[in-house]
Design a protein around this ligand. Structure first.
Ligand code: SF4
Length: 487
C-alpha cells in the first residue's frame, strides 16, 4: 500500500473544496486527519468520518502544506492516482497464472492478491498478504463482504494447496474478521486428493459453524460466512514444473453433483432460507447434467462472477425473452454462434427453443481451446486464433450460409483508444475516422483484434452479450441491415 510516500492527486474538481484550498494536480496527499494515507479506499473511509477533514500535502517542490476542509462527510473534490496492485506470493498447485501458455502480454502473468480487489470486484483472496494490522483495517473500514479462498481448513492440506505451509491456518484469520463483524463469501477450489473427501467435509463443517445471517437483513448484520462455493479445479495443458493433479472428469463431476447438490438443500441461512452451499456451473457441465432450477441460487446471484448460476440466469432470461414479441427480431437471421464446449449444450437447447417460435438459421458450434488445451472448456478463455479457426473450418460458413459470426463477450476485453492518433501502434490506438475522438476497440486474450477476425472472415463478428436480448441489440448496432423488421 502507499505508506508514507503519499498518493498523487491527478485531478481537482474546478470550484470544489480542494480547489478552493489551493490543492493542485501533482500534489502528493500524505495524511488525512493525521493518519498516513494507505490507498483510495482508505481515503474514502477517512474523509467520510468527520464534518471537517484535515489534509497534509506535499507540493511538487517539496513544501508541506496543511488544509482543513469542511466537507460534512462528502468527498473533497479531488481524484487520486490508481493504487498499485499487490502481488501474490503464494504458489498454489492450481494457480491459473502458472498454467498460462507462454507468449501472452505481460499483464496476464501478474498474480494479484489484494483485499481491495476482493471487496471492490469480488476477486478471491487467500488472505496470505494480510497480517493482523490489515485484518483490523478490513474490520475498521467495513470492507465487507469480502471474498476468501479457503480451499481447506485443515492446515496441512491448505499449506500444500497454496504452496506455503505457513499459510495453512486460515481459520484464525477468518475468525478475527467474523468477530469484527465482517461477512465472507468463501470458496473452495476442489482438487482431487488435495482437498476432497474428508478434508472437504471438515472444511464445509467449519464454514457452516461460522455461517452468517441472511444478507437481506443488512444493517443488523453480525459477521459470518454468508456463502460457500465449491469449484472444480481447472487444469490447462501448460502445467510444466507443477505437481500432478488428477483432472475432474465426467464421472467425478457427476458423483460430486449427486452428493452435494442434494445435501446443499440443508445449507440455507436466514428466515428466507437463502441458499448457502453453492456448486459451480462447471460441475454440471462437466457431468453433462442440466443446471439446477432458479431456487437453487440466492436471489442476488451473489457468486455469479465465480461461475455460479451463469447458465441458469441465461436460461431464465431466455425463457422469458422467447415468449416476448421482441424474439421476432431474430426472424430471418443466419448466425453462427461460437462458444466453449461447457456452455454449448445449454446454448443449443435455448436456440432450439427459440427456433420453435422464430424462423431463423442459427447454429451453435462448440470451439476447442487449442491455446490452453482442450481440457479448458469455458468460453471466456477462448482465444482469437481458436475462434477464427473454428469459423474458417466450418463448411457452412465457407459456403456463405451465415450472415454473421457471434463470439462470446467473455472472450474479449474492451480497450479505449487515445484520441488524436497520440499513439501509433496496436489495434487499441485506432481513433474514430469521423471525429478523431476516443473509440472502443475489442481484443481477444491473445491480442487478436475483433476487427482483424472480421476482415479475415469477411463477415460481421458480433459479441454475444449476456443473453438473447443483448445479442439482438448487438446485431442491431453492428449489422442493422440483417434485421428484417427492425427491433
Ligand atoms: S492465490 Fe494462488 S491461485 Fe491466486 S494468484 Fe496466488 S498463487 Fe495464484
Amino acid at each position: 500500500m502507499a505508506g508514507s510516500g503519499g498518493i498523487k492527486i491527478i485531478a481537482v474538481t474546478p470550484g470544489g473544496l480542494a480547489a478552493a484550498a489551493n490543492v493542485s494536480p501533482g500534489d502528493l496527499l500524505l495524511e488525512v486527519n493525521g493518519e498516513t494515507l494507505l490507498d483510495n479506499l482508505n481515503y474514502q473511509f477517512l474523509v467520510g468520518q468527520r464534518d471537517s477533514t484535515e489534509i497534509l500535502l506535499k507540493k511538487p517542490g517539496g513544501a508541506l502544506f496543511r488544509a482543513v476542509l469542511e466537507n460534512w462527510g462528502d468527498g473533497l473534490g479531488l481524484e487520486l492516482a490508481d493504487d498499485e496492485i499487490r502481488i501474490c506470493k503464494q504458489n498454489c498447485v492450481f494457480c491459473f497464472v502458472r498454467q498460462m501458455p507462454p507468449g501472452f502480454r505481460q499483464s496476464l502473468y501478474i498474480k494479484d492478491e489484494d483485499i481491495r480487489l476482493s471487496f471492490l470486484y469480488g476477486h478471491f483472496t487467500t488472505l496470505s498478504n494480510s497480517d493482523n494490522v490489515e485484518l483490523d483495517r478490513i474490520i475498521r473500514e467495513r470492507l465487507s463482504p469480502i471474498h476468501v479462498s479457503v480451499h481447506a481448513t485443515d492446515p496441512g492440506a491448505r499449506g500444500r494447496i497454496v504452496g506455503a505451509p505457513g499459510q495453512g491456518d486460515i481459520l484464525r484469520k477468518i475468525d478475527r474478521l467474523i468477530d469484527g463483524g465482517v461477512e465472507i463469501h468463501a470458496q473452495a477450489v476442489i482438487a482431487p486428493e488435495y482437498n476432497d473427501g474428508e478434508i472437504w467435509e471438515h472444511t464445509l463443517a467449519d464454514m457452516w459453524e461460522r455461517r452468517g445471517n441472511d444478507a437481506s437483513n443488512a444493517g443488523k448484520q453480525k459477521g459470518g460466512v454468508i456463502s460457500l462455493s465449491c469449484v472444480p479445479v481447472g487444469l490447462t495443458a501448460h502445467r510444466q514444473n507443477l505437481p500432478p493433479i488428477q483432472a475432474i472428469d465426467a464421472g467425478y463431476a457427476s458423483g460430486w453433483v449427486r452428493r452435494w447438490k442434494r445435501e446443499s438443500r440443508r445449507y440455507t441461512i436466514g428466515g428466507k432460507k437463502r441458499p448457502w452451499l453453492l456448486l459451480a456451473d462447471e460441475w454440471f457441465s462437466k457431468a453433462g447434467m442440466k443446471a439446477p432450477g432458479r431456487k437453487y441460487y440466492p436471489a442476488d446471484w451473489n457468486q455469479i462472477e465465480n461461475g455460479i448460476g451463469l447458465i441458469r440466469r441465461f436460461q431464465e432470461h431466455s425463457r422469458r425473452f422467447i415468449k416476448s414479441d421482441r424474439a421476432g427480431g431474430f426472424a430471418g437471421l443466419r448466425l453462427l454462434l461460437l462458444t466453449g464446449h461447457s456452455f454449448a449444450p445449454y446454448l443449443s437447447q435455448t436456440i432450439e427453443a427459440l427456433r420453435r417460435y422464430v424462423d431463423a438459421e442459427i447454429t451453435v458450434v462448440p470451439v476447442p481451446n487449442s491455446t490452453f488445451g482442450e481440457s479448458v472448456t469455458v468460453a471466456g478463455l477462448l482465444c482469437g486464433r481458436d475462434l477464427l479457426s473454428a469459423a474458417q473450418n466450418d463448411k457452412r460458413a465457407a459456403n456463405g450460409q451465415f450472415d454473421a459470426i457471434i463470439i462470446p463477450s467473455a472472450s474479449v476485453r474492451r480497450l479505449t483508444s487515445i484520441p488524436a492518433a497520440a499513439k501509433t501502434t496496436g489495434p487499441q490506438t485506432l481513433p474514430c475516422g469521423h471525429c478523431n475522438q476516443a473509440m472502443d476497440t475489442y481484443q481477444f486474450l491473445d491480442d487478436m483484434a475483433v476487427a482483424e477476425m472480421e476482415s479475415r472472415l469477411g463477415l460481421p463478428v458480433i459479441q454475444s452479450g449476456d443473453n438473447l436480448s443483448s445479442l439482438l441489440g448487438q446485431v442491431a448496432r453492428q449489422a442493422p441491415s440483417l434485421l428484417i423488421g427492425g427491433l
